[in-house]
Design a protein. Sequence first.
Length: 223
Amino acid sequence: MNQQYAALSDTLQTELGLNGAPVAIKLLRTEAEVPKGLNHLNEVMRHCEMVQKARHGSKFYATVEQHACKGGAGMLGVIDIPENIKSGEFYYKLGRFESVEHAGETMHAVPGVDFKVYGTAYTPLAEAPFEPDVVLLIVNPRQAMLIAQANVYKLHARNTADFSGIQSLCGDAVAAPLIRGHINFTLGCSGSRKYAKVSEDELIVGVPMAILPKLIDALQKMA
């Protein structure tokens, strides 16, 4: 166990009263980056389901064969984004948009990484055998408010909640914080609530690992 990550996780749990662990996520660029001792997932599921699995204690990595959601896998760089998702056709046919054009505009704006990924690694933060790219938190509104206040306290900025209700735990909560270097708040999506069982009173926060210690320091000082 990495003592630094364990201490950060413990403080988050104490200050926020989280239901479940903060989830450490790393996008593995090559097979050589797979951490020793981390098991290869033997199930096919969505990225959001993998987050929930790690939130409740599991440690694993997944490659393309395990990613059931092609949109999520595309935003995380595991596969090229399928053309019907990129164009908006997929979501238009689901009845989420007035036109294919509007759907395409939204999908063009969904954050996605611009590099190829071999696999995705997930563990509770306290047990991470790697340096996370992003730490993902599933929280209630009050906990999100405390995170937002801590972010402003330490970084002297306004908060960002950039989302479209699509590709939430992947594009909004992992790709966006990683690419932009700041926290992003998102309300979830139909898929994450249906398949990953994100409850109706929960929302999601993605925190770049680089700023997590500053955020936690602010939480402690504010308390």
